[in-house]
Design a protein around this ligand. Structure first.
Ligand code: HEM
Ligand code: HEM
Length: 534
């Protein structure tokens, strides 16, 4: 008893001491009262955040023992099959981390698995934000900041993967070298600048190391700070539900409820990563050996998130080159780079494209149900399919060997899927959304089908419908109803080209639409069948 109160007094004194010098209590009070709404999908951003912390901790451990040098050494470590082999000091030190440093292999695996989880959770988080329309005003900027985070995370993953200087690292870098050299006119120069010599040179690992442990993490942490500050300023979106409006946020306060839940969740994420890392090998570089261009075999693959870039290179028809003014233009490299660049830019600016099309200047704090924005959802599904086909293409050789097919046939099938897949996904998704909306409309007006059939005294059979409560109906009917733009001439009696363009696009966007149920419709349906019957 005595010790507890002494402990509390000491904590109180320390809190006071800090507050008198920083006035931090105001900030804590202000932030602690912030409300965080509850929905399972809001957890994805948190998983990204917590796995990043695990990456920082394990990465710091690795820096104590990793030697970022390409000096050739003879391996004399504990792993017998590689003894006496020439390799870079980077590779040798990674082997030492794996076999001689206590806990080293576990730390390497934790770092690598955390990186994979980090990027997977960012991807899912981004899809959550997209499909619920959480990128709309005022959160467009945070979408862009988030997108920068995504690119940085991939760059971190790629540079990290290259550090051990094993066979796979070297192959990944060789592809990058090929892409750089494919740039017309400046390619060869840029490659020399990047590698410091003819590929691979002896500078690239130390350079990537600086990027990996200093520059990129610094920018990432700064951007993450901005992401979180904007999250606090904009507040979090919430799904429609009892008492929730565009003007409020319903949820739990950060202090103490959310903080306690988040703290616990951090340890769960940490625990799961350690568990996976203890049981499943990742990147066993001792099986691959040091980098050497000759032994590359089928099944050589990058980490999953770089797969789409590898895939598109495999799907482009080979030998597509022209020589102009003495320079070679390799379209089989330029076209994939251009297509991927365009795809990435479109994703980044999508919030602005949608805002232009809807012409909606209002703030949106309610998350959309994906079905209530059929076009957005359908475009998203098309984008995901495009990405998925490219991703699958990175394993085209594995598909061919596993299913005993010719690799050319697999490539042709994937090329077809790359063009037709997104179109099909778009059409099917849009139809599903519209039909779900139609069903919601029915339910909002007439209640749920109960499956109970009743025979009336007159002999007529009816199905009894369970009535909805007002809260449930609110969830079904509260969404935006955009219509195609009506073209009107301006003051000079003309219709501008941009208005014409917008009218065309809005027609395409909103021609097929299911209008939300109006109050009059609900009242009319109540009076026509007096409650739940139909
Ligand atoms: C390092 C990567 C990232 C981390 C650690 C991160 C973290 C978070 C967290 C913890 C939240 C609040 C909880 C949630 O909604 O899940 C959030 C919200 C948000 N994030 Fe991220 N994020 C990252 C990347 C991204 C990316 C790639 C995008 C989009 C391109 C993005 C866009 C947003 C937006 C728009 C919100 C506000 C959502 C709302 O209010 O509903 N973030 N982020
Ligand atoms: C988003 C951030 C990061 C990602 C996605 C990432 C990813 C990776 C990956 C995939 C590897 C290869 C691991 C392997 O050998 O199997 C690696 C290696 C490495 N990372 Fe990171 N990393 C990140 C941040 C950091 C940070 C902040 C540090 C330092 C504080 C760090 C230090 C290292 C070191 C020293 C290695 C080489 C040792 C080795 O390969 O085992 N990393 N990283």
């Amino acid at each position: 008893m005595e010790t507890t109160s002494r402990g509390m007094r000491a904590t109180g004194w320390a809190a006071n001491y800090i507050d008198e010098r920083t006035a931090i209590s105001g900030l804590v009070r202000e932030l602690g009262r912030k409300i965080f709404p509850d929905h399972w999908s809001f957890m994805l951003g948190e998983v990204a955040l917590y796995s990043f912390v695990v990456i920082l901790l394990s990465g710091t451990f690795l820096t104590f023992f990793f030697d970022p040098s390409m000096t050739e050494v003879e391996y004399e470590g504990a792993y017998v099959p590689l003894k006496g082999l020439e390799m870079s000091a980077a590779m040798a030190s990674t082997l030492d981390i794996s076999f001689e440093i206590r806990g080293g292999l576990l730390m390497r695996q934790i770092h690598h698995w955390a990186a994979l989880l980090f990027i997977a959770s960012i991807g899912l988080h981004m899809l959550r934000v997209y499909f619920t329309g959480a990128f709309r005003k005022p959160r467009e900027l945070n979408w862009v900041v988030g997108f920068v985070l995504f690119i940085l995370a991939m760059a971190e993953g790629f540079t990290g993967y290259s550090l051990p200087d094993d066979l796979l690292s070297g192959n990944g870098l060789r592809i990058i070298d090929g892409m750089i050299k494919g740039l017309p006119i400046v390619g060869t120069w840029t490659s020399y600048l990047f590698f410091g010599d003819e590929f691979p040179g002896t500078d690239i690992i130390p350079r990537l190391y600086v990027l990996h442990i200093l520059l990129l993490p610094a920018i990432l942490v700064a951007a993450l700070g901005v992401h979180m500050v904007l999250l606090v300023i904009n507040k979090h979106t919430q799904f429609a539900g009892p008492g929730r409006t565009e003007q409020n946020v319903v949820g739990v306060p950060i202090m103490p409820v959310f903080a306690a839940k988040a703290g616990g969740f951090f340890f769960i994420v940490f625990g799961v990563i350690v568990l996976i890392s203890s049981f499943f090998t990742i990147n066993p570089i001792w099986n691959y050996g040091p980098y050497d261009p000759s032994p590359v075999s089928a099944g050589t693959q990058p980490d999953w998130y770089i797969g789409f870039a590898d895939g598109i290179l495999r799907l482009i028809p080979p030998g597509w080159e022209v020589v102009l003014f003495g320079y070679t233009f390799s379209f089989n490299i330029l076209v994939p780079m251009g297509v991927l660049g365009l795809f990435i830019v479109l994703v980044m600016i999508y919030p602005f494209i949608e805002a232009w099309i809807t012409g909606d200047q209002r703030e949106h704090h309610m998350a959309d149900r994906p079905r209530n924005a059929p076009m957005r959802t359908a475009i998203g599904a098309a984008g995901v399919t495009f990405y998925a086909v490219l991703w699958a293409a990175a394993s085209s050789d594995l598909m061919a060997t596993h299913f005993r097919l010719a690799v050319e046939d697999v490539t042709h099938a994937l090329q077809t899927a790359l063009i037709l897949g997104p179109i099909l996904a778009f059409i099917v998704t849009k139809r599903i959304c519209l039909n779900l909306q139609k069903r919601d409309r029915e339910i909002a007006l007439h209640g749920y089908e109960s499956g109970r059939i009743v025979r009336l005294p007159g002999g007529e059979y009816i199905e009894v419908h369970e009535p909805l409560d007002d809260y449930e109906r609110w969830r079904l009917v509260s969404y935006d109803d955009y219509k195609p733009l009506m073209l009107r001439p301006n003051s000079r009696g003309r219709i501008s080209l941009s208005d014409r363009g917008r009218a065309y696009v809005t027609k395409w966007f909103f021609e097929d639409r299911i209008a939300p149920v109006t109050r009059t419709e609900v009242e009319r349906s109540h009076s026509s069948h007096g409650g739940g019957h139909h």
